[in-house]
Design a protein around this ligand. Sequence first.
Ligand code: 13P
Ligand code: SF4
Length: 314
Amino acid sequence: MTKESIIEQINFLRKEKNAIILAHYYQEAEIQDVADFVGDSLALAQWAAKTTADIIVLCGVHFMGETAKILSPGKRVFIPDLKAGCSLADSCPAPEFKKFIAEHPGHTVISYVNTTAAVKALTDIVVTSTNARQIVESLPQDEKIIFGPDKNLGDYINKLTGRNMLLWDGVCHVHAQFSLERILALKKEYPDALLLAHPECPKYLLEIADHVGSTSSILKYATNSAQKQFIVATEAGILHQMQKENPDKLFIPAPPEDATCACNECFYMKMNTLEKLYLCLKNEQPEIFVEEQVRVKAVKSIERMLEISERYGL
Ligand code: 13P
Ligand code: SF4
């Protein structure tokens, strides 16, 4: 099938089945272009909670599909490739996280959205990189907090808020492997370029960044800036929207340690393809299921996040 006929079929099937296609910024450009909505993790959850579609196709990774299913249990949720996982979510298995919580009683448990449904069920409030600061600040200054699983994001929020949250020792394999040396070389080559970094990046990068923020925040910052050149330290998929919204600006992907790659891509995010998206809509699989016992616990922590985010206009 040609790319054009795949897109034609996707358009036909989504209408026929009353399906909505949601895509994360890290997806392949052609998936972003065919999606009904492209956004960051918070926006995808907000869309999943409010859509009137019968079917949600979540072009992202497994935890994003789970979050959609937890929020909209009456809808059928599919992701193009069930194997699209997340190294950060994998770094925090629910039984070990449960033990960690038990070892530190009296703490409010905050979890990044990049976690399994089982971890969300152990959590008081879920956060994304867009709302983590506001959610932590909405709690009393002396509240004892466990923050998992991303230690870089947790450390960054501790610094911003003056807290001392207890951090789970997890990282995202993509954001952890940016090369400081190669980024400094790029800064020399493009002295006017601003460095934009996602808070999942290590401290040594966040300290030299001109702006730190979630994918949507990085996009907004670049669009509103008078500057014309940017080095972007997050998964390279975001460059598609940046370039689309700012055709006159130059976006340079920050390189990883591996000298053979110019940009840093999430192997899991890139498992989804346009063809798999078409097959997913056509065959109505692979489908996401969440055990009801887990879902009823997990939904509370996600709804708390959505309520606080709404209060802050996020
Ligand atoms: P955001 O799009 O919410 O910034 O998340 C980044 C990410 O790592 C998603 O997997
Ligand atoms: Fe997970 Fe990192 Fe991939 Fe995001 S970029 S899905 S945090 S592995």
